[in-house]
Design a protein around this ligand. Structure first.
Ligand SMILES: C[S@@+](CC[C@H](N)C(=O)[O-])C[C@H]1O[C@@H](n2cnc3c(N)ncnc32)[C@H](O)[C@@H]1O
Length: 468
């Protein structure tokens, strides 16, 4: 507290800081849904034929609220009925004002007087934090939402303290998880949750416990992919050629067992084709290649002058030529917990200031992601480029270190067997079904996807762990 500041001044400062934090969260998460997608979701929810009271817990500029109201047969100026049936929470004041304007304008178009329309709009759109402030339970039987998504690590510090104190551990890692968890908490026992979300929570291992808990009450109905370009406006900026940052899906969480079950395992949008065999994860090691930070720190060129016994030739995606690995152009500095020689330390001390925060370690000579002892450098293995037109295995010669999250390494089986497995038409078909399409015919083959691939039994003779 500043000397001389009063208690009121302090709470005003805290309030101001909270508004700044909220503005930052809105800036990152305020991605609005196009009307056709909102209408399609309300159709799927069968609103208002099924359901009496609808909530949008992150209302933005009010798109869901207006669409939900438009479907109601309301008497003119019936503020009580309109506010009973439809409600929205939003915590960013400018968005609250936008949503109220949109609701009021819609009601005025229906012949309402301006005072009645504004009274309804002010009550329908509540300036309220859905995650950190108390929310009544058991009132809404329909939740329709495009929830915000943002990782815990990105949250502004002050907001994060309260968030971590309130949101349960299994739902904390992302605002999206917290929204799903809270929605399930507040909705009526027989209510339906309609969602337009990024698909990651269905697939990530970190959201397994959240899926398991939701799965005890809900199954998943009507799930389908949406096109990120046409579903959202004001989309997040994305760099050309990189994987789209959002892969949106639309789905309904239904309390009946009529949909597909949701559980700890990844929920694939296309159910896995029936293949008689064993998941690749049961018979092989599958790892993402390590990220070692920008070039010049743990990755050096041929003329670094550093001791050869601390250097290891690397393979990056750019070193792959068709189905072969080109000779090395760069080397990785291999260090472990013992202090490296003076030349290595001097090099690191001169360059580590360029390492982004996420790559810094308490022991300064360790790379951002440990690789020693984790990759099978002593024998050949199989590399899979994560972004490719088709699932492709490439022989990784012993002694070469794959780097960069654009590569996945499969080891623990003879290379020829793995290459034959990956080339099998039944495996290719699964990979094609499960992978996300990116731009220009490219697809994304993640380590999670590779672990799920079911290897047909004909490849398994003599393979340990396969019970073939
Ligand atoms: C992805 S946008 C969706 C807006 C709108 N429902 C739509 O789909 O067009 C999410 C909105 O939730 C708001 N929001 C984020 N966290 C919130 C919270 N804890 N409480 C209330 N609103 C929040 C953001 O400000 C943002 O406007």
């Amino acid at each position: 507290m500043q000397p001389g500041a009063t208690t009121e001044q302090l709470s005003l400062d805290l309030l101001d800081q909270r508004q700044i934090d909220i503005a930052a969260i809105h800036q990152a998460t305020g991605i609005y849904t196009a009307t056709p997608e909102i209408e399609a979701l309300l159709d799927q929810l069968d609103w208002p034929a099924q359901g009496c009271r609808l909530l949008d817990p992150g209302a933005g500029n009010g798109g869901f609220l207006v669409a939900a109201l438009r479907r109601l047969d309301l008497d003119v100026n019936d503020v009580e009925e309109a506010t009973r049936r439809v409600h929205g929470y939003e915590f960013y004041r400018e968005a609250v004002a936008d949503a109220r304007r949109a609701v009021s304008a819609h009601l005025c178009e229906r012949g309402w007087t301006s005072p009645a329309a504004w009274r309804a709009a002010n009550e329908i759109v509540e300036d309220h934090d859905f995650l950190l402030s108390p929310v009544p339970t058991g009132i809404w039987d329909v939740i329709a939402a495009n929830p915000p998504y943002w990782r815990l690590a990105n949250l502004p510090a002050g907001y994060r303290i309260d968030y971590e104190a309130i949101v349960p551990a299994h739902a904390r890692a992302d605002l999206l998880y917290a929204y799903l968890d809270r929605s399930a908490d507040v909705i009526t026992r027989d209510g339906h949750i309609g969602l337009i979300t990024a698909d990651r929570w269905l697939l990530n291992s970190g959201s397994g416990e959240l899926r398991r808990r939701l799965g005890t009450r809900y199954s998943v109905a009507g799930v389908h992919r949406l096109d990120a370009e046409s579903t959202f406006y004001r989309p997040k900026t994305r760099r050309r050629g990189t994987v789209a940052r959002v892969h949106p899906v639309s789905l309904i969480l239904t309390p009946s067992r009529s949909g597909r079950p949701l559980g700890t395992e990844p929920f694939w949008l296309t159910p896995l084709p029936a293949v008689d065999g064993v998941p690749l994860r049961d018979i092989a090691e599958i790892r993402l290649a390590p990220w070692l930070g920008p070039d010049g720190i743990f990755i050096v060129g041929p003329d670094s002058g550093l001791p050869a016994e601390h250097l290891m030739p690397v393979v990056e995606p750019a070193d792959i030529d068709g189905e072969a690995v080109r000779p090395a152009r760069k080397w990785a500095l291999a260090t472990d917990t013992t202090e490296p020689p003076r030349a290595v330390l001097a090099h690191l001390d001169a360059t580590l200031h360029r390492m982004p925060k996420r790559g810094r370690r308490a022991v300064r000579w360790l790379p951002p992601e440990t690789f020693t002892g984790r990759l099978p450098l002593d024998r050949d293995a199989v590399l899979v480029p994560r972004i490719a037109r088709r699932l492709t295995g490439i022989r990784l010669p012993a002694g070469r270190l794959p780097i960069n999250h654009g590569l996945v390494v499969i080891s623990g089986l003879p290379v020829e067997s793995v290459l034959a497995m990956l080339d099998d038409p039944q495996v290719q078909a699964q990979a094609n079904d499960l992978s996300l399409g990116i731009d220009n015919g490219y697809r994304s083959f993640t380590a999670t996807l590779l672990r799920q691939l079911v290897i047909p039994r004909r490849h398994l003779t003599g393979v340990p762990g396969s019970r073939a």
